[in-house]
Design a protein around this ligand. Structure first.
Ligand SMILES: *Cc1c(COP(=O)(O)O)cnc(C)c1O
Length: 456
């Protein structure tokens, strides 16, 4: 019997697009630990969370029981502008590597914001509109989340205020201008606009900022402005829920051709794309219906899983957000400038942290120069210019494919290609000119940061 030839791109029909999100927590026996109030250290209620987040999103955040949550019709309509996204077979990369492995990647860079973040941005903007709000505030690191949210807010006619990590604000003027084109107002963080921003500036003059610090500013602005709420592009359970569409589509596309994945790989910043990609596969694993190797890839400069500790910690530098139990480097940890800005977060999704803690997934950390070598190889073979964040997943997929070659083992590898790198050409330039450096935190730096993690 001849094997059915798998096309370069496996597309789903519009009508095959998932109509529900999958809530992985429903299948977890050890649920992720609850968010705690930073003052009282008691679990947060929907009511309390609703002062910061939209009410429906606060409900989703705390719901660890409902397995499937219907995607509102209006969101489905918006999703159809760029979804279903293709699952690609990397034939040319396989050929180049001379590997018997079969490599697939789910490409989420097919929309103007250039990444998977639009999946959750649309959902969050929709619920804000439903609640009758005037606008939302947020932070952005590399700018992908801010861009996605700006797009979503312009669709739903909401104000959008973005605190952009200062180093990115300066290094990525084009990102900033895309956001402004969609109507957002963009402020470099730390700023003098908020109390917490002023405090951080006084303590760390000349700081290039961090995601944790921009989050504090955005939260402060939201809770002190009438008709505004705060939205976050990663880390939270609600974001993983919205991103489950990536995994559900991937699984539907694989099932369509009777393909069974062996290894699933994703980059991990706050954990949203990875959590979304692996959701239905992890669900099978938790229910003992199937087994997969699942690998999180993080930058060596910000190694939350591989060198962090599992503890309750603040999600932001200013300590205004709830405490989350997660793998963390400490909320005071300001990672060295790294070109994968979307991965520069000190913590990790509490859901993924619990799963990692329980041994359901693996993690590796890789230095950025190595990442760019793989990015270039991928670009030259597959044609897509990958985001530095996504290239972490590419790199480990290549390594696994090379292992398959050594062992003459035709494994099926699936990885998440979260976005494109058109706004990262300074990084590529540094790499081409041999000017890229790897900053890896020392053990002393990490210990100093761990010492400041609250004892709970
Ligand atoms: C933000 C971002 C990431 C990392 O965020 P997660 O929440 O960990 O998924 C990865 N890739 C791209 C392209 C991003 O924009």
């Amino acid at each position: 019997m001849t094997e059915k030839k798998i096309p370069y791109k496996i597309y789903l029909e519009e009508c095959e697009m998932p109509q529900v999100w999958y809530n992985l927590r429903a299948d977890m026996q050890n649920k992720p630990a609850p968010l705690l109030d930073p003052q009282t250290k008691q679990p947060m209620t929907v009511k309390e969370l609703s002062n910061v987040f939209c009410e429906e999103l606060a409900k989703q955040e705390l719901d660890d029981q409902t397995r499937f949550i219907p995607i509102p019709q209006e969101i489905q309509e918006f999703y159809k502008m760029f979804r279903p996204s293709p699952l690609m077979r990397a034939y040319r990369l396989e050929e180049k590597l001379q590997t018997p492995a079969k490599i697939y990647y789910k490409f989420e860079g097919n929309n103007t914001s250039g990444s998977h973040k639009l999946n959750s941005a649309l959902a969050q903007a929709y619920y804000a509109k439903q609640q009758g709000l005037k606008g939302v505030t947020t932070e952005t690191g590399a700018g992908q989340w801010g861009t996605a949210l700006s797009m979503a807010c312009s669709y739903f006619d909401l104000d959008c205020k973005v605190y952009m990590v200062k180093v990115s604000y300066e290094q990525k003027p084009f990102r900033r201008e895309v956001m402004r084109t969609y109507g957002a107002s963009v402020v470099p963080s730390p700023s003098t606009e908020t109390e917490v921003g002023r405090k951080i500036l006084a303590e760390h003059p000349g700081t290039t900022g961090s995601l944790g610090c921009a989050i504090s500013e955005a939260v402060e602005k939201a809770v002190t402005t009438e008709g505004y709420r705060y939205v976050l592009g990663s880390v939270l359970n609600q974001v993983l829920l919205h991103q489950s569409i990536i995994g559900l589509e991937t699984k539907a596309a694989l099932d369509k051709y009777g393909i069974k994945a062996d290894i699933i790989i994703g980059c991990a910043g706050g954990g949203s794309n990875l959590g979304g990609l692996i959701a239905p596969f992890m669900g099978e694993k938790l229910r003992k219906e199937a087994d997969y190797r699942i690998i999180a890839v993080e930058p060596a400069s910000c190694p939350s899983f591989t060198r962090g500790i599992y503890a309750y910690d603040y999600c932001d530098t200013g300590k205004v957000c709830p405490l989350s139990k997660m793998y963390t480097l400490g909320s005071g940890f300001i990672p060295a400038p790294n070109h994968a800005g979307g991965l520069r977060y000190h913590g990790m999704s509490s859901t993924l942290s619990q799963l990692y803690h329980d041994g359901y997934m693996e993690a590796v950390a890789v230095p950025q120069t190595t990442i760019f070598e793989s990015a270039e190889l991928f670009c030259r073979t597959e044609g897509i210019l990958p985001a530095p964040e996504s290239s972490h997943a590419i790199h480990v997929a290549i390594q696994e494919a090379l292992k398959c070659k050594e062992q003459n083992d035709a494994k099926t590898i699936v990885f998440g290609l979260t976005g494109t790198g058109y706004f990262d050409m300074y990084a590529y330039e540094k790499f081409h000119n041999g000017k890229m450096e790897d900053y890896i935190p020392t053990e002393e730096e990490l210990q100093a940061s761990f010492a400041k993690i609250p004892k709970i």
